[in-house]
Design a protein around this ligand. Structure first.
Ligand SMILES: [Zn+2]
Ligand SMILES: [Zn+2]
Length: 283
């Protein structure tokens, strides 16, 4: 099994590899730039070389880049939509240069006009068409915590993947399941039976072969609450039994897991403890 975590690139991209190694990750996730700003510096050759060498030596992977938070691929506002599509295209190019395998993106908000799916498809198609990352970097659509929002229902994700593939872009787009978001959106993960049912739904609606990564987060919010609040593994509403069932499901064991729980210096529980907990429950 592959179990890892989101780590910082502070001090240089290559430092993220060291952080992941020090934690004992098998795989890891990064932001390739500040997630709360539109502006960023272009990558330079030295940065890329240092990073690629460090990663090659580490053997860690697959690597996921999480899209910044500001872009909204479903936005009904033209300017915002175009800026967001451009950000997706830029991220594809950056990830190709860095040798990143997956980009994880949220689907944004269509502000209730119901045309979000259409716009996400449009943004993805135009980004891939322009990009040179075709066949090298795959886009993973992340499910969201509220069922009523785009990406909350697995059907939205299935529709988007289908429409992108209809346009001839096969194996360019996949699914990333966040356990906290799925649980908050009403896909139960608390018991073996519940996990079995949820995996069945993923398989029927999207296809389990489209699931390429899992964000392993317990949930502070209750089942179906629609709340996106991550909790340390086994301390939330999914709980130890839930994660045990998730980690033991034969269709999920093949998929890499990435923690996105709090990891602050000085806190009693951080990535180290959560990784140990996931490994213990996976035994
Ligand atoms: Zn996530
Ligand atoms: Zn979240």
């Amino acid at each position: 099994m592959k179990i890892g975590a989101h780590v910082s690139i502070a001090g240089g991209f290559h430092k993220s590899v060291k952080r992941a190694l020090d934690l004992g990750c098998d795989c890891f996730q990064i932001f390739t730039r500040s997630p709360r700003m539109w502006k960023y510096k272009p990558l330079n050759e030295k940065t890329i070389t240092l990073f690629k060498e460090a990663r090659k030596e580490s053997g860690l992977g697959p690597l996921v880049s999480h899209m910044p938070y500001l872009p909204n691929l479903s936005s009904p506002e033209k300017e915002m939509f175009e800026k967001s599509s451009e950000a997706l295209y830029d991220e594809l190019q950056r990830c190709k240069k860095l040798g990143v395998e997956y980009i994880c993106t949220h689907l944004g908000s269509d502000k209730g006009d119901g045309k979000g799916e259409e716009r996400v498809v449009k943004a993805i198609i135009s980004s891939i068409e322009k990009s040179t990352a075709k066949g090298e970097v795959m886009l993973l659509l992340e499910n969201t915590a509220a069922r009523s929002r785009i990406g909350g229902d697995l059907k939205h994700i299935a529709n988007i993947i289908e429409k992108v593939e209809e346009r001839g872009f096969i194996r360019q787009v996949g699914f990333l399941m966040d356990t906290c978001h799925a649980f908050a959106a009403g896909y139960d993960l608390r018991t073996e039976e519940a996990v079995e049912k949820t995996v069945e739904e993923i398989d029927t609606i999207i296809g389990i072969n489209k699931l390429h990564a899992i964000h392993a987060n317990d949930s502070k919010g209750e089942f179906g609450s629609g709340k996106d609040r991550h909790e340390h593994i086994s301390f939330g509403m999914i709980g130890a039994d839930g994660f045990k069932a998730i980690l033991h499901h034969k269709k999920l064991r093949k998929v890499p897991f990435y923690l996105e729980t709090h990891d602050k210096k000085g806190d009693k529980i951080g990535h180290k403890q959560n990784l140990a907990k996931l490994r213990e429950l996976a035994l």
